[in-house]
Every structure is written in C-alpha cells, then in structure tokens.
Design a protein around this ligand. Structure first.
Ligand SMILES: [Zn+2]
Length: 240
C-alpha cells in the first residue's frame, strides 16, 4: 500500500504558490494540481487534438467558457466535480499537491482529502509588485511555466527575480512568455480583497483541524523549499 501525501498550498494570489507547488510536488513525486491550470488545459483540449483526458462534459465546458470570458469565477460545483474526476486518475494514488482549491469554506467543508495545509503569508504590497513582474509560459503542461522579472527588496525581504535565460522566451519550450491580464494592479487588488473575504477563513478552519502550518515567505525559492520540506516532514505522520 503506497504512502499517501495529500497537501494543499493556501495563500493569497501572487504569493508564488504555483512555483513552490511545482517544485515540492516534483521532489515528493506527486502531481501538482492547480485548479486554474486544470481548467485552462481542459478548455484548450476542446479545440485541439490534445491527448489529455477530457474531464469536463460539453455543457460544463460551455459554462466555464462563458464565466472565464466575463472574468468571473467558475462556479464552485463545476470546479469541485472537475477536481474529483482529476483526483481519481492513477497518478494521484500516492497523493497530490493542490493549489487553488478549496477556495471557500463551503468547498473546504465538502472536501476531506487533505493531510497538510501549508499557509503561505506575504505583505500585500510585495504581492502587487511581484505580480506586476510575473510572466508565464502559455504552453499547457510546460515544465517551467513561471518567471518573474522584478527584484523585490523591502520589509527586510529580498526576493530576487526569476528571469528566463532569453528575455521574453520560455527556457523549456521557447514559447513567447505572456503577462496574464489579471496581474494588472487594479485586478490584483480586487483579487486580494476576494481572497481575504472568501479564502482567509480557511486558515482558521484548517488550524482547528490541526493540519495547518504557517510559513512566512521571505526569500528566494531555493531558501524556501528546504524550510517547507522540513515542515512537511515534521507535520506529517508519513515519511516523505
Ligand atoms: Zn514553456
């Protein structure tokens, strides 16, 4: 019977969840499942000959396309159903690392599959500056999807940039990097407010369940990862 490690990264938009999640998941050998990426790749699979498994019904795809275009959040029930189908795939047998779900207390109450929650903490002004410099690779499933071109240095925090080797170009697949429209500062402020009202209550919920670990994000990813690794090893009854 394989050991399961079911982890979730909880933190505000722009704190760097997907970067950390990707690296932690790779080192443990479990899939990193971002509900945002999952939705985007499922929507891409609609128009191409992609061999990725289709997990959304046609009527669900229509609904997702409509909400994504209008800039609203995809309905909770669709995200929950999609995630449930994704977690049934064979690669999740040893566990998974979730990023972006559960997003609300309601979702958290109906989702029991977590052994540890890493709560990433960051100053809002650092998040706004950092997101302004974020660039992403548009290729679904690319091994190096995230970059950042700003060097943040304040509040005693030093976060060096993570630029691509060639400006504007993905290191792995050579696609042209893009700036996500929702990374503009006015949209980021709105997303931070939404996080505070809808998602922050999860912190207390998971703390009460005894599976929450607070982590202040203070430096570069190579400093942060060993700390997260240590915390996970200590918080889990399993060995990782
Ligand atoms: Zn790429």
């Amino acid at each position: 019977m394989p050991v399961q490690m079911r982890i979730m990264l909880l933190g505000p938009p722009g704190v760097g969840k997907s970067v950390y999640a990707g690296r932690i998941a790779r080192s443990i050998g479990i899939p990193h499942i971002s509900t945002g990426d999952l939705l985007r790749s499922q929507m891409k699979a609609l128009d191409s000959n992609s061999d990725s498994v289709s997990l959304l019904r046609p009527d669900e795809k229509t609904e997702v396309a409509r909400t994504m275009e209008s800039g609203s959040l995809v309905p909770s029930e669709i995200v929950s159903r999609l995630l449930r189908r994704r977690l049934e795939l064979e690669d999740c047998v040893r566990g998974y690392l979730l990023d972006g779900f559960p997003r609300t207390v309601e979702q958290a109450r109906s989702f029991a599959g977590l052994d540890a929650v890493l709560h990433m903490i960051q100053y809002p002004d650092i998040i706004i500056e950092k997101l302004g410099g974020r660039r992403v690779c548009p290729t679904p499933g690319c091994a190096t999807p995230n970059y950042n071109i700003v060097h943040v240095h304040r509040h005693g925090i030093d976060m060096p940039p993570m630029p691509p080797q060639v400006p504007g170009t993905c290191d792995t697949c050579k696609s042209k990097l893009i700036k996500r429209p929702d990374d503009d500062s006015s949209t980021v402020k709105k997303r931070l407010q939404l996080y505070e009202s809808d998602t922050l209550p999860l912190v207390e919920l998971y703390r009460a369940r005894g599976i929450l670990v607070d982590v202040a994000v203070a430096g570069a990813v190579h400093h942060w990862i060993p700390a997260a690794w240590h915390i996970l090893g200590n918080s889990s009854k399993t060995s990782i």
